[in-house]
Write a protein that binds this ligand. Structure first.
Ligand SMILES: Cc1cc2nc3c(=O)[nH]c(=O)nc-3n(C[C@H](O)[C@H](O)[C@H](O)COP(=O)(O)O)c2cc1C
Length: 179
């Protein structure tokens, strides 16, 4: 089972995340949880979220990059779902699960020391990565789409196809490990 935690505050305006989501939504055994649709009031049902995670072997975090990290509701999801005694500390509910970070950004060429973002993109990865690692999850190579808002539809579809192939491959590998 794959669980996708999707957080986009303006899904009707989304192009990049929407293309990625469209490409994977009909995969078998996938549970897509669009946080801004489920919890527009920010009143997250932490137990329901934890149960969805418990059913999954792969957790996908899919969102546009906002201020170099996750959108506000996803941060609130981290705060209220990944709690001590369940995800870390005396709890280990996520131990050994795979975690795939899928995010979309604005122009990738601005991620340079001399660029508008002042650092290479890799400098911004550890904060999200360490959330997964702190909870004992296995961090996979992230799937990043730079310049997402401006890419032509065909390129966005290609990114979607690549993401789908990765999840297909993960599904195949997982089935082989289980047998
Ligand atoms: C509030 C806000 C903050 C943003 N912060 C960043 C940022 O820190 N880095 C970046 O590369 N893009 C940033 N962006 C651009 C979005 O990441 C980009 O438009 C989005 O990933 C495109 O995907 P979408 O078509 O699914 O919305 C920001 C956009 C908004 C609205």
């Amino acid at each position: 089972m794959i669980v996708v935690i999707h957080a986009h505050p303006y899904p009707s305006r989304s192009r990049a995340c929407a293309a990625l989501l469209d490409a994977i939504r009909d995969l078998p055994a996938i549970d897509i949880r669009s946080l801004y649709a489920l919890y527009a009031d920010f009143d997250i049902d932490a137990r329901a979220e934890q149960e969805a995670l418990e059913r999954a072997a792969l957790v996908v975090w899919l969102h546009p990059l906002y201020w170099y990290t996750v959108p506000a509701l996803m941060k609130h999801w981290f705060d209220s779902v990944l709690v001590g005694g369940w995800a870390h500390g005396t709890g280990a509910a996520l131990e050994g699960k795979d975690c795939l970070w899928v995010t979309t950004s604005s122009a990738g060429d601005a991620y340079r020391v001399e660029g508008r973002h002042g650092h290479a993109f890799e400098a911004f990865v550890p904060v999200v990565e360490q959330v997964a690692r702190y909870c004992g999850m296995h961090w996979m190579e992230p799937h990043i789409v730079h310049g997402g808002h401006a890419l032509p539809d065909a390129e966005l579809r290609e990114h979607g196809r690549k993401l789908r192939s990765r999840l297909d491959a993960w599904n195949g590998g997982h089935a082989a490990r289980r047998d």
